[in-house]
Ligand binder design. Structure first.
Ligand SMILES: Nc1nc2c(ncn2[C@@H]2O[C@H](COP(=O)(O)OP(=O)(O)O)[C@@H](O)[C@H]2O)c(=O)[nH]1
Ligand SMILES: [Mg+2]
Length: 360
């Protein structure tokens, strides 16, 4: 799962990227105008994994993972009637975006537009994405019209007409300035649209970079759209903490009464934004979080671990995380009848501890 970090120049994309990934990428005081992508994978913090790890003392503890990509140089296409094809190709594989919006003042890094205005910035880049989608949709509609004009027949004609109806809906939404994620498209429609990498269809986490003054995001911007969430973070501060040694970071947080880093919340929210949930496998060798989409079956969970487990699937032994914690250990939980034997169709729940019985 990959989230692209977008935003206007000097909004703090690289700063946020460093805060989330503990990287040490150079920040800049002005736009370089060069299109550049840089990715890193991070663990999704999960207190449940920590506690399971204390229970089992495994050789390895493995968290769920998310990748972030710092995308510099989006601005080179701003206001040029949609983003370039090159840029669109590069950001097409992203599952979602983190849209960094600047709320901090910093004379050393002047704002491109001469003033700080979070709502304006949010709407600016959002508008660019809508414009880019508009071009994609118009192109597709033109192709469809050509196909119909050439006299496609039978099922082929029907398919074109269905596609035309859908793309006209998309065009109407975009014309009204509505991001496509607001349309409530069905899963089937979304799957059909995958190849077009429509940018405003992807979920977005709007992240207000407040600088040194904490701010409630709703005080300075509103973003009432589907598949989106708005959070705030003190970019520079969080980046500096992320670059400390763990015990130093702990001391620093205690001193400033910071209970939880916003970066942790952003990572967790990213994970939920793309509709993923975690189930766990436990043992002396390894305690591990795996991710599956919300609604996945036991068979899909088995496949996430290894294709052999899906192929030879017999049963899944399942216990809810809280039941295991309440019982104190697996043996006690088993005795209390908390372990359930489930079949292939069982719908996995967030926090399930799963053991797949299989034979190949
Ligand atoms: N005062 C202050 N400056 C910040 C903060 N976050 C980023 N900056 C500065 O803003 C400039 C742009 O940051 P950068 O992360 O490179 O932005 P990008 O162009 O979006 O990648 C740099 O000089 C940063 O040091 C912050 O929270 N407070
Ligand atoms: Mg940058």
């Amino acid at each position: 799962m990959e989230l692209g970090i977008i935003g206007l120049p000097t909004s703090g994309k690289t700063t946020v990227f460093n805060a989330l990934t503990k990287a040490d990428r150079p920040t800049t005081t002005a736009s370089t105008g060069k299109l550049e992508l840089f990715s890193m994978v991070v663990d999704v913090p999960d207190a449940r994994v920590d506690i399971l790890s204390e229970m089992y003392h495994p050789r390895k503890t493995i968290y769920a993972k998310v990748a972030y990509t710092d995308i510099a140089g989006l601005d080179q296409d701003l206001g040029k009637k949609g983003l370039s094809g090159e840029l669109r190709n590069k950001i097409a594989p992203m599952d979602a975006f983190v849209h960094v919006v600047r709320a901090f003042d910093n004379p050393q890094a002047p704002h491109l537009l001469g003033s700080v205005n979070p709502q304006r910035d949010l709407d600016t880049l959002d508008g660019e994405f809508i414009l880019a989608d508009m071009m994609t949709v118009e192109n597709r509609l033109q192709r469809i019209a050509e196909g119909l004009h050439k006299g496609a027949r039978g099922p082929e004609r029907q398919a074109l007409q269905d596609s035309q109806a859908l793309f006209e809906r998309l065009r109407d939404a975009l014309n009204a300035g509505t991001p496509l994620r607001d349309l409530g498209l069905t899963l089937e429609e979304k799957i059909g649209l995958r190849g077009y990498s429509l940018l405003s269809l992807k979920p977005v986490l709007v992240l207000l970079n407040t600088g040194e003054t904490p701010l409630q995001p709703e005080k300075v911007l509103s973003y009432a759209h589907a598949d989106s969430v708005v959070l705030a973070l003190q970019g520079k501060l969080e980046m500096e903490i992320s670059q400390l040694e763990p015990d130093e970071a702990q001391m620093f947080m205690e001193e400033f009464a910071i209970r939880e880093l916003a970066a942790s919340r952003v990572i967790q929210a990213s994970y939920q934004l793309v509709n993923l949930q975690s189930f766990f496998t436990v043992g002396e060798d390894e305690v591990r979080a795996w991710n599956v989409p919300v609604g996945a079956t036991a068979l899909e969970a088995a496949a996430a671990i290894h294709s052999d487990l899906a192929r030879g699937f017999i049963r899944a032994e399942v216990i809810a995380y809280h039941d295991l914690i309440e019982a104190g250990n697996m043996a006690a939980a088993r005795k209390a009848g908390k372990l359930q034997l489930e079949g292939k169709e069982y719908i996995v729940k967030d926090g399930d501890i799963v053991h797949i019985r299989f034979s190949v």
